[in-house]
Design a protein around this ligand. Sequence first.
Ligand SMILES: *[C@@H]1O[C@H](CO)[C@@H](O)[C@H](O)[C@H]1NC(C)=O
Ligand SMILES: *[C@@H]1O[C@H](CO)[C@@H](O)[C@H](O)[C@H]1NC(C)=O
Length: 202
Amino acid sequence: MKNFLTLIAYPIAVLTASIPRETQAVPSGPFSAGAWKIAQGHDAFFFGTSINASGGKFYINQNTSTYCPAGVQGLDCSLYAGTGTSLIIGSGSTTISLEVTVPGGQQVYVAPDGSLSYTQAHSAYIPTGSTVDGFSRVRSVAFGAPIYLYSAGRNWYLCPVTEGKPRERTYQIFALPEAPEGCLSTQIRTYDPAAGQVWQYA
Ligand SMILES: *[C@@H]1O[C@H](CO)[C@@H](O)[C@H](O)[C@H]1NC(C)=O
Ligand SMILES: *[C@@H]1O[C@H](CO)[C@@H](O)[C@H](O)[C@H]1NC(C)=O
């Protein structure tokens, strides 16, 4: 009898616990991403430092690289002067695309070396062994209800690619199951999309 009551009580507890989360759905639509890393005794800490796309990879402390073809009839590149990086997870999907205007779009994936990457415009080429799915955004119950970006079975890392002060050097974004040598673990938070449209990321 006792076990029977426990069985009944259990689903009720689950239901109650799930109500607050229902009201905190993650918005669909484009978002920007930022590295979120508290100091924890380390000199490098970041509170939403913009993750920018450049040369097929993603970085913090590096400018976004974009391209718009000049001289195309009917294409006004002054409309595509965005300097930030916006991403989108399709509804019901676990894949990420860059928010671009170029036909065919640009897909985001994790390359075999763990680097967060994106396809070039007009190309669907993704190296064998890459991971294209498993991305999600989840709203935290912590104060401020930040929305984190996850890559299933992997953690996010910042790997330095330039010299400089810990908070100023350029870091590349990696998603790997375990920490690569010399890299810092980080979380990634998502925010309102970057201002300004982009034709394509380059
Ligand atoms: C980054 O972009 C800003 C303007 O948006 C520019 O002033 C700066 O020189 C650029 N930095 C590099 C390293 O290109
Ligand atoms: C990266 O993108 C942000 C906007 O999302 C922009 O403010 C910033 O200037 C860009 N460059 C660097 C070096 O962070």
